[in-house]
Design a protein around this ligand. Sequence first.
Ligand code: FAD
Length: 463
Amino acid sequence: MRGSEGKAVTGTVTADAVVIGAGVIGSSIALELARRGLNVICVDKLPAAGYGSTSSSSAVVRFTYSTESSVAMSWEGLHYWRDWARHVAVSADGVEVDQGSPTHDALVEFTTVPMVMFHHSDEPEPPYLTHFQNLGIPHEVANPGALPTWLDGVDTRRFGPAARLDDVDHPFWSEPDDTFDVAITCNDAGFVSDPQLAAQNLATAAMAAGASFQFKNTVVEIRSAGTDRRKVAGIVIEDGSGQRQTIEAPVVVNAAGPHSSLINTLAGATDDMVRTSRPLRREVYIGPAPEGYDEEGGFMCGDLDIGVYYRPEKGDNILVSSTEPDCDELEWVDPDDYDTVLSEDEFQLNMMRASRRFPSLAIPRSKRGLVSLYDASDDWTPIYDRSMIDGYYMACGSSGNQFKNAAIAGHLMAELITAVEAGHDHDAEALVVTGRYTGMKIDMATFSRRRAVDPEGANSVLG
Ligand SMILES: Cc1cc2nc3c(=O)[nH]c(=O)nc-3n(C[C@H](O)[C@H](O)[C@H](O)COP(=O)(O)OP(=O)(O)OC[C@H]3O[C@@H](n4cnc5c(N)ncnc54)[C@H](O)[C@@H]3O)c2cc1C
């Protein structure tokens, strides 16, 4: 047998399902499929789970999405983080672990920190507020007279629209006299201590449930069969020495993060996609926290007015990153060839944006942070779907906002694969999945590769 570039394929193994990518999403899918009794092989070109874009995640858990299904999904997702030890348990409650079974070195922790959105009553009501009301998501709507005390020291003026330092039409340092008159707060929000460890927890649990992981192996071919080659047959992987191997499987799941569009092209699965995703270069900045801004006294915010989101970061720091304001150019890149050096100018700009809200924020002279990639879809909503190729599934387009949903995304994908492989026509009638913890209904039509273009849809990482 010969692979795509004429290299010899030296061996063949079989599986019920192959998952491409051992990030937080792929590891979660592998866990859910393995717990359903499938023989799962998860393949990643990197050395361990969570080494891809997952490792750079800000790991914010919030519920402020533009669609009802995304709000329901994130609320359901919170319950997995709260119940993490049980979710990633390597054995059922009370059952002793066999010697030699994989065990966790450590588990991630979830820190509760309120999420605030500033709003003005002269603006249209944000869509998530309606979803909160419909779904019963706990939240508080406060006006200035009743602003929570932890907002003391925060400048709640309306600086927007977000500007660049050389902006002529809207000078960066202009001093508005108008103030936000509403703060919408979710006290159940928070963040996860270590996103890479979260993926490793899921992978360890998946291994304990019978899945195997093949690291340092790159998927170089997706095999298809049947009439018009519209049925997936497996994949070909290549290790560092150029050795190739076929994994035959009737189910292949693309969870390749920022490489997912390349994998979809490799599979020949793009023709009927209305929604696609692309790798977007992103930077995250760390600086010393403003006064009183820590896990006790701080809050998280998707601050579209100044163009950044922020949250407390360990070591008395603040974590800041962009919300893609119109004035900033988006950097679409080749996921295998992009600038991995943090920009000094963008660091200064985004910290200055944050300093508008926090007058006591001291901007350090030297930049600190990281560079990574989003797999951004054109409406900032993920694709959790089947494809035009039978047996080939997509968990793509996570758009910088799906870390929090990894566990529930695994559940959705496993429910989808189970239903479609049993004959369900998901394209004709989208699956509605019931959350294990909350009983909420999550309509997977929202995450279809063929969903209609919504001109009112999301236009930033907030989704
Ligand atoms: C800077 C940043 C901040 C973020 N902040 C948040 C946040 O605050 N809250 C939130 O909810 N979400 C956030 N996200 C989004 C979230 O982290 C991602 O949605 C999530 O981690 C994506 O996981 P993944 O498993 O899909 O992708 P990845 O973690 O990138 O995993 C994909 C894997 O596929 C592998 N792969 C790719 N191609 C191949 C191939 N050909 N063969 C074999 N393996 C392959 C890669 O090696 C990689 O390990 C953020 C993302 C980034 C980058």
